[in-house]
Design a protein around this ligand. Structure first.
Ligand code: ADP
Ligand code: MG
Length: 252
């Protein structure tokens, strides 16, 4: 078993009367691709944001590469942990190139152009797009830029919050495959939030199911397909399974 790159211990977080996290403990092995699945409001985004300290937990601790994230300076943390925002999170007043290079700029890097071009190629965009504005791109292109921006500072850990939620199915599938390939090629550890169980099982090697602020299942895709994980996990697996069966029954 590889070393855990992330260790979450007894995390709790409330917003007023809402308990967004109710005691989450979790180790994430280096190199793994973890999907976090669950209903809207189950605490997925809150959990993800405790990792890069955008949310400070009420109680509990988060350790990244052996260091307490509460003690790490923000800029260092942002460089070592890439983050792809829920919905479209590009800075609208900055060009594509400036968006991709923002992490490098904050790190004081002067020669950013070559790296920006390289990152755009990595997500299969024409480097000439660097001069365009986000409003001139399609949804899929914008999300590719979001991924390029997250990866530009060469992070060890990539966090993605419903990165493909707003995309058409074809774009969604091809970008998912691309991210999976980059995860492997760049030796990343990836944690991806999605509400789509089919996407989670196809991309991740470990699937966590969240419900009402807790992790209620922690399984491999194979385990889920053979019925493990309990009622809530199986209710989510039932959706793509029933669709596949219905497709298979169509007369040809
Ligand atoms: P998910 O990402 O699974 O949809 P969230 O982590 O965003 O869930 O939210 C979990 C719960 O915490 C929800 O009830 C949500 O309304 C609440 N919540 C999240 N962020 C805030 C916030 N900044 N202020 C108040 N309530 C919040
Ligand atoms: Mg969310």
């Amino acid at each position: 078993m590889p070393e855990p790159i992330l260790e979450l211990r007894d995390l709790a977080k409330s917003y007023g009367a809402v308990e967004a996290l109710r005691g989450v403990s979790l180790d994430v092995a280096e190199g793994s691709f973890v999907a976090l699945v669950g209903a809207s409001g189950s605490g997925k985004s809150t959990l993800l944001k405790t990792v890069n300290a955008l949310v400070v937990p009420g109680t509990g601790s988060v350790s990244f590469e052996g260091e307490d994230v509460a003690a790490l300076p923000g800029p260092a943390l942002r460089r070592r942990i890439g983050y792809v925002f829920q919905a479209i999170g590009l800075f609208p007043h900055m060009s594509v190139g400036e968006n991709v290079g923002i992490g490098l700029k904050l790190a004081g890097e002067r020669n950013r152009a070559a790296r920006i071009a390289e990152m755009l190629e990595l997500v299969e965009l024409d480097p000439a797009m660097a001069s365009r504005m986000p409003s001139e791109l399609s949804g899929g292109q914008r999300q590719r830029v979001g991924v390029a921006r997250a990866l530009a500072p060469q992070p060890d850990l990539l966090l993605m919050d419903e990165p493909f939620g707003a995309l058409d199915p074809v774009t969604r599938d091809s970008l998912g495959e691309r991210v999976r390939e980059l995860h492997k090629r760049l030796g990343l550890t990836t944690v991806m939030v999605t509400h789509d169980m089919a996407e989670a099982m196809l991309l991740a090697d470990r699937v966590l199911v969240m419900s009402e602020g807790r992790i209620v299942a922690d399984e491999t895709p194979a385990g889920l397909l053979s019925g493990a994980g309990g009622e809530e996990a199986q209710a989510l697996v039932a959706v793509p399974r029933a669709q596949a069966e219905r497709l298979a029954r169509i007369d040809r």
